[in-house]
Design a protein around this ligand. Structure first.
Ligand code: HEC
Ligand code: HEC
Ligand code: HEC
Ligand code: HEC
Length: 498
């Protein structure tokens, strides 16, 4: 019926026939284009994996070579070099933390952190920053201190390469300076990926061993868990064993701040003896993974990569943004993939948690520094070991808790309630320490203590007895004379990426 009407119409006016013909041709052409573009996209995704332009073999620390196959991931990874973002408390810019909070110099008296401590920045700076910090000193020979090679472990894909070559124990047993010509490329593809399948992989033995001691096989982790465990290779609490400096994660009794403290107490482990109070101290590293795990987002099954490596869509290709940094630089592709709130609101949720924790933290740092100084004065007045034992234990416990929260730079957002809980206990133990040491001071005839002026980094460093002029000039000479030799050698042997 309809066909008859159409053919009659065409007979009357042939132009209608032509119009139908042209329309059909255009539609066919457009459908063809769409089909072509879909196959092209499919092919492009397939190319990513099967038609690799270069074959990556073994543990290859040269991220630029992986970049030939995966330019999107490589180009975003390169951006961890950027220094252009500052949120209220964090960012990718180098910041002198001791200058901003000079009490920390007193808290770490007798430990290398009192000399130099800067806020973290992008993964691309891992090697440059460990070269330049005063904490690694100025080793002239392969056997010079102060640090063991274990300090390299979270800085470079050359670490799994060298461990594979010389063995894990031998690696940790060396001095830091002995591997200066070997460990030269910053955190890169080979730290997290298997070159054959590009699957995430664990390259750091300490994480595999910690799981094994708890009877867990890390190879059984789900893909979503791997998006967190790749980061937990480095963003965790750890210590070096007294014999052999073997890198170990202290999780055998659990991952809470108390369980880890119990682990250290049982081993009678101390990182150092405080130079003022003589307390047997623990240095918390950066328990980002441990604290994140008890926070609201981990409980809903999120992984680190969900916020720090968000997906990007580009011409039909979905890939992970490898510019690992503060998610606040990119709220639309991080928080807003799940939350409907405005960017401003989401940013303020983070700031609110951080501001509230900072209220306690600032008070705590002041009181804890004061407690160490009061203990020093008590020793100076002739206090006995027996009188001071309780004070020293409280100082160890208080500072462990403070450091645990502060050294995990995202903690007050990752796990706001747990961070506040730990800070509260720290403040409580600090005030108990002050009360106890006050009694000791009374017994030795001291009614009032006059606190030293520690209002700047320089004043605080002078007070704890550091000779910063000497420290700085040793380092400057080392940077001028030794470091270029390391890099020159690594270039000659082809170990340093171009
Ligand atoms: C700190 C660990 C880490 C480093 C370093 C790293 N990646 Fe990734 N990469 C990841 C994570 C996490 C994913 C997401 C995996 C998933 O979702 O299963 C990923 C995904 C990928 C994928 C799969 C497609 C995609 O984008 O999601 C490719 C390809 C890739 N990375 C290439 C690279 C290259 C090339 C480098 C070096 C320039 C590199 N990666 C460095 C952690 C890392
Ligand atoms: C091989 C060890 C290692 C791995 C694996 C690793 N990191 Fe890091 N990360 C570091 C080091 C070291 C720094 C500090 C670099 C510096 O300041 O020089 C850092 C810095 C950071 C920063 C601060 C960046 C800035 O702009 O301030 C963030 C955020 C971060 N890492 C998140 C992650 C996430 C998320 C993962 C997993 C996808 C991860 N890291 C995997 C070692 C590692
Ligand atoms: C729900 C989102 C989210 C998840 C998931 C998440 N983070 Fe964060 N992270 C943040 C936010 C927000 C900040 C604070 C950024 C700021 O203040 O600029 C932060 C801060 C950090 C910092 C400090 C950054 C700096 O510039 O100093 C590190 C390191 C970090 N996170 C690592 C991790 C690791 C490791 C994991 C997984 C164990 C993880 N994050 C999971 C949102 C997240
Ligand atoms: C992959 C999804 C996802 C991403 C990305 C994400 N969130 Fe969430 N967020 C959740 C879920 C799920 C909850 C739990 C919601 C609930 O139980 O009502 C949550 C809870 C929260 C809460 C309430 C926490 C509490 O104490 O219960 C805040 C605040 C929040 N998110 C902020 C952020 C911010 C800021 C970012 C970006 C840095 C972010 N989220 C990224 C999924 C996400």
């Amino acid at each position: 019926m309809i066909m008859k009407k159409i053919s009659e119409a065409i007979k009357k006016r042939p132009i209608i026939g032509w119009a139908i013909f042209v329309t059909v041709m255009v539609i066919v052409f457009l459908l063809g284009l769409l089909a072509a573009s879909i196959t092209e996209r499919r092919a492009e995704i397939a190319t990513l994996y099967s038609n690799k332009k270069v074959e990556i073999k073994g543990i290859n620390p040269h991220s630029s070579e992986w970049g030939i196959n995966y330019p999107r991931e490589y180009n975003t990874w390169l951006k961890t070099k950027n220094m252009d973002f500052q949120s209220k408390y964090n960012g990718n810019i180098k910041q002198d933390v001791l200058e901003n909070r000079p009490q920390m110099v007193v808290l770490w008296a007798g430990y290398a952190f009192s000399k130099d401590y800067t806020a973290p920045r992008g993964h691309n700076y891992a090697i440059e920053d460990i070269h330049h910090t005063l904490r690694t000193g100025a080793p002239q020979t392969d056997t010079d201190g102060p640090q063991p090679a274990t300090c390299w472990t979270c800085k470079s894909p050359d670490v799994p390469r060298v461990m594979n070559e010389i063995g894990i124990e031998k690696f940790y047993n060396k001095k830091w300076g002995a591997l200066g010509k070997e460990i030269v490329n910053p955190i890169g593809c080979a730290d997290c990926h298997d070159p054959k399948t590009m699957a995430l992989t664990i390259t750091r033995p300490a994480l595999i061993e910690a799981f094994a001691r708890q009877g867990k096989d890390i190879k059984q982790a789900t893909p979503q868990e791997m998006r967190t465990l790749a980061c937990a290779q480095c963003h965790v609490e750890y210590y070096f064993t007294k014999e052999g400096n073997y890198l170990t994660f202290p999780w055998d009794k659990g991952m809470s701040v108390e369980a880890i403290e119990e682990y250290y107490d049982n081993k009678k482990f101390t990182d150092w003896t405080h130079a003022l109070s003589k307390a047997p101290m623990l240095k918390a590293q950066h328990p980002d993974y441990e604290l994140f795990s008890v926070g609201p987002h981990a409980k809903r099954g999120l992984s680190c990569a969900d916020c720090h490596m968000p997906y990007v869509s580009e011409g039909g290709i979905k890939y992970s943004n490898h510019q690992v940094m503060s998610p606040l630089n990119n709220i639309s592709s991080t928080c807003q993939t799940c939350h409907r709130d405005s960017e401003e609101k989401l940013r303020n949720y983070v700031y609110e948690y951080q501001d509230k924790a900072k209220e306690i933290r600032d008070r705590l740092e002041k009181e804890l520094a004061k407690a160490h100084i009061m203990a020093k004065i008590a020793w100076d007045k002739g206090a006995s070991e027996k009188e001071m034992a309780g004070v020293l234990k409280l100082l160890r416990q208080a500072q462990w808790r403070w450091d645990y929260v502060v050294a995990s730079h995202g903690s007050t957002f990752h796990a706001p309630v747990e961070a506040q809980r730990i800070l509260a206990h720290s403040l409580d133990k600090t005030m108990q320490a002050q009360l106890q040491v006050q009694k000791v001071l009374f017994n030795h005839g001291v009614k009032d203590v006059t606190l030293p002026d520690i209002t700047t980094k320089a004043k605080a460093q002078k007070y704890i007895g550091l000779d910063m002029a000497k420290e700085n000039s040793n380092k400057e000479n080392w940077i001028k004379n030794t470091l270029p030799k390391w890099l020159e050698d690594a270039k000659k042997t082809g170990k340093l990426s171009k």
